[in-house]
Design a protein around this ligand. Sequence first.
Ligand code: ACO
Length: 464
Amino acid sequence: MKSGVHELQSIVLKAAEKAKKETINEPAPETPKKQKWPISCTVGPGLEGAIACESSVGYVNGAKGWLVYRGYNIFDLCAYSSYEETCYLLLHGKTPKKDELAQFKERLFDYTKVNNVVRRLLGFPIEEMSVMGALRLGTNLMRSRYSDFDMKQASPAGFDAVGADEDSFAMETVPLGSNHATYEFKPKKRRKKVKLKKHEFDKFVGEEAAISLIAGISAIIAAVSRVHNGKLPLEPLPGLSHAANLIYMVTGRKPTPLEERVMDIALILHADHGMNASTFATLVVGSTLADIYYSVGSGVAALSGPLHGGANEQVMKNLREIGSKENVAEWVNKKTAQKSKIAGFGHRVYKAYDPRARILGPLAALLSEGDPEKKKLFQTAVELERAVMEKFGEEKKLFPNVDFYSGLVYSALGFDDELFTPMFAASRVAGWTSRVLEYMDNNRIFRPRSLYVGEFNKKYTPPD
Ligand code: ACO
C-alpha cells in the first residue's frame, strides 16, 4: 500500500465529483415545510412509501443518490470530518466547537471501558454465538447496569395504550395496481403530548445512554471477536481515536494512520440512513417507552438479517466462491436461472448508484494494492458489478449498495468475515440513538394495521 492518508481525502472528493456529474448535479431541495398531520401517502408492500414520522437527522434521495446528515452531504463528512464529530452532529443537530468535541471524545472513551459488561458476557457461551447474537445480549447487559434505577414513569399512560384492535374492521382501501394501496388518514383529535423528564430518563433514553451505547457496542464487538479467536478482551488505549481503538481492541495492534482513517470513513458513512429496517425497529421499540438499550438491541437484531446488514458477509462468500473475474459471467447466469437475489445489489430506496458504495469501492481498490489475493477478490467484485448492472441495471435499476464493497474494506483492515455486520452496527448505533432521542420529543407509539384477508363465521368444532 503506497498511498497515504492525504490520498483518502482526494479519493472521497473524486467520488463526490463523479456523483455530482452522474446523479446529483441539481440544486438541493428547499427545506421542507413542517407537515400538518395526519397526512396522506401511498403505501406499498413492506410499508414502501409510508412516512412514519418527521426527522431532521438525515435525508436520503434514492433517485439522485444523495445522502445527507443534518444538512451536510456524506462526501464532505467523509472527506473532512471524523466519526466522533459525526456522532456529535447526529445527536445534537450541529457540528461541535473544538472544546465540545474534545469533551465528547473523552466521554466516548470513558464509556468504551465496559469491563463489567464484558465480564458478565463471559459468563455466557459467547464462543458458540454469532457476534451479532452476543451483541444483542451485550446491549441488554449494558441496560442491566442500571436495573436498580427503574423508570416509574415508563409505564404506559392510559391514552398511549392501543384502544381497540381495528384489524377486523373493513378499511378504506382503494387498490392501485396489484402492488399498491392508498390509505386515507382520517383526522383524529390529537392527544396530549407526553414529555419525558430529562433528569429521570437520561440514563435510559437520553444523551448519556446514547454515548454509552455508541462506545459500548464497539467494545463488546471487539471483546466477543477476541474470545472467538481464543484471546482475552482488550481495554481501549487512551489517546487513540474511536476508529483506531476499534481496530486495536479487535486486532491487538495499533493501526497505521491510513487504516485508522479508512475505518473512520467507514464508520462515518454507515452512521445513518433514513428509515431503514433497523432504524425503524429501534424506533418502534423506543416508541413504547422501552428504554434505549432495548431499542438498540432490536436494531441490532434487524440489522443481522441477510437482506439488511448481513448482506456484506454474503458478498465476500460469493466473491470467494466465484474465485476470479473470468468465472463471473457463468456464476451470474447460474444465480439468475435460480432466481436468486445477488447480495450487495439493489435497494428499496436507491434507484441510482449508492453514494456509500462510490466511496467504499475506491477504498477497497486502494487497500487491495500490492496484495495479489485481495486484488483478485477486488477485480472479481468489479467484474461482478459490471455483469449485474449490464444484466439488470437498466431494467431494474440495480446498483451496488453499501454492503457490496464494505466486506473487502473490513477484510483488508484485518477483520474476520463475522465482524462485517457488527462493524455496521458499531457505526449505525449513532443514527439509531439520534433518531430515538429525536422521536422522544414528540413520541407516539407506532401501531400500524394489517389488512385482514382471512375468513369469518367459521363454526368451532372441539378437537375430539
Ligand atoms: N439481485 C437480483 N435481483 C434483484 C436484487 C438483487 N440483489 N434486488 C432486487 N432485485 C429485483 C427483484 O427480484 C425485483 O424484480 P421483479 O420486479 O422482476 O420482481 C426488483 O429487483 C425489485 O426488488 P424488490 O425485491 O422488490 O426490492 P425490495 O425493495 O423489496 O428489496 C433489497 C430491497 C432487500 C435490498 C433487495 O434488493 C435485496 O434482497 N438485495 C440483496 C440483499 C442486499 O444486498 N441487502 C443489503 C441492502 S443495503 C442495506 O440494507 C444496508
